[in-house]
Design a protein around this ligand. Structure first.
Ligand code: SF4
Length: 409
């Protein structure tokens, strides 16, 4: 079995559509984020929506917490490149106003809008317009009655909150529903989603709420969402980071690409962790390469390796890579050395060859290569490095000698 054929089975769910984006029922897992501008600030919000879409976000949510926000939505929705969902807490009238504004989805928090007649009024309007609703349970704002009955925030209480809301929707014949049961506690969130996945076939929106700033927030959210995605649970995802929302969108996209759940859009940069053999500052070169590729749509795996001794071999499956040696960069395509360039040209050369591969394909790149010359030069640099460093690239034996001298003193 090759690496590309390892996949995660997806849990079968019914499908809903948020505007043009299908969720569940085998549709690609979508990435969501939320604007942090005032929704009344139409131009500022649209700028953020466009930045999110460019970073790979499929659906954007904006808060609808006041009249001016609802009016802003009416102006934002027709100009947005992606479907807009209104986030509503407490005031059911804001949900109705958001529907009037033309939003393509609603998020309701059952912990905050609790009167059945209000819930049903919103569901009826959404039904008549064919607009889906996310029942978004949040551990931090669980219905107080459920909190008291379950003795705190438990997976069972969160799932019950979601299903009680669904019953109100059922009463008015509305079923364009997806769920979320987010918590900031990762094990709690994982268990709540597992129980919900057993209880319903509606699509699920995954997230670890209030995950915090990166890198810890990224780790928490990834731990929760990746665990569930590997079990086939989850139809759309959101990273809730205390950061520029563009980081949320990028992280969402990258998580799905890393798990093979979405087609690659941008470069997959792999790099060795560096070690005593490194002939170049791998961290700096990898960062420069990341910056040079940016959000460009070059869906290749590109490797940055610290030495020509091990680099080309270890990254032989990468489409393209470069390994340092003897103040030079040894470029390789699918493990075949194709060119040797001065060290300072490593990153621009990577970009140039990536563009060549995108335009003409791997075979054309290999044909362009002067491989026998490049291979000979790579081999010469590899031998030179081995001769210089031997098997003790990290100078361990010198340290062992120092330790011995100290202990025998
Ligand atoms: S590729 Fe070379 S420098 Fe990088 S970790 Fe491996 S041996 Fe060390």
């Amino acid at each position: 079995m090759d690496a590309g054929s390892v996949t995660f089975p997806r849990r079968p769910t019914r499908q809903i559509k948020v505007g043009s984006v299908a969720i569940g029922g085998g549709a690609p897992i979508s990435v969501q984020s939320m604007t942090i501008t005032k929704t009344a600030d139409v131009e500022g919000t649209l700028q953020q929506v466009y930045a999110l879409a460019a970073a790979g976000c499929d659906i954007v949510r904006c808060t609808c917490n006041e009249v001016e926000a609802a009016e802003g939505l009416a102006r934002i929705v027709p100009r947005s490149p992606v479907p807009i969902v209104a986030d509503v807490h407490n005031q059911y009238r804001m949900a109705l106003a958001a529907l009037d504004a033309g939003v393509e989805g609603l998020r309701l928090n059952p912990g905050n809008i609790r009167r059945p007649e209000h819930i049903k009024a919103v569901a009826t309007e959404a039904r008549d317009r064919g607009v889906p609703i996310r029942i978004g349970v949040n551990g931090g704002s669980l219905d107080p009655e459920l909190y008291a009955r379950y003795g705190g925030v438990t997976p069972e209480a969160m799932v019950e909150s979601a299903l009680v809301e669904l019953r109100y929707f059922d009463e008015v014949g509305f079923d364009l529903v997806k769920f979320s049961v987010k918590a900031s506690n990762v094990p709690l969130m994982i268990e709540a989603y597992r129980q919900l996945a057993d209880a319903t076939d509606h699509p699920l929106h995954l997230g670890v709420t209030e995950a915090g700033p990166p890198p810890v927030g990224l780790l928490k959210a990834t731990a929760g969402m990746a665990t569930l995605l590997a079990e086939g649970i989850g139809d759309t995802i959101r990273y809730s980071l205390t950061a520029d929302p563009v980081e949320e969108a990028r992280a969402g996209r990258q998580l799905l690409e890393a798990m093979g759940l979405r087609e690659r859009k941008n470069v997959d940069l792999i790099a060795c962790p560096s070690c005593g053999r490194a002939e170049v500052d791998v961290i700096a070169v990898a960062q420069q390469a990341l910056a040079a590729f940016g959000d460009r749509e070059i869906p290749l795996q590109v490797a940055v390796m610290g030495c020509v001794v091990n680099g080309p071999g270890e990254a032989r499956d990468a489409d393209l890579g470069i390994a340092a040696g003897n103040k030079r960069g040894h470029l390789f395509v699918k493990g075949v050395n194709v060119a040797v360039v001065p060290e300072e040209e490593m990153v621009p050369t990577l970009v140039e060859w990536a563009e060549l591969i995108m335009e003409h394909g791997i075979e054309a790149a290999l044909q362009r290569a002067n491989s026998s010359k490049a291979t000979k030069e790579a081999e010469a640099d590899r031998r030179r490095l081995l001769a210089a460093q031997g098997d003790d690239a990290n100078h361990s034996e010198q340290r062992v000698e120092l330790v011995r001298q100290r202990l025998h003193r």
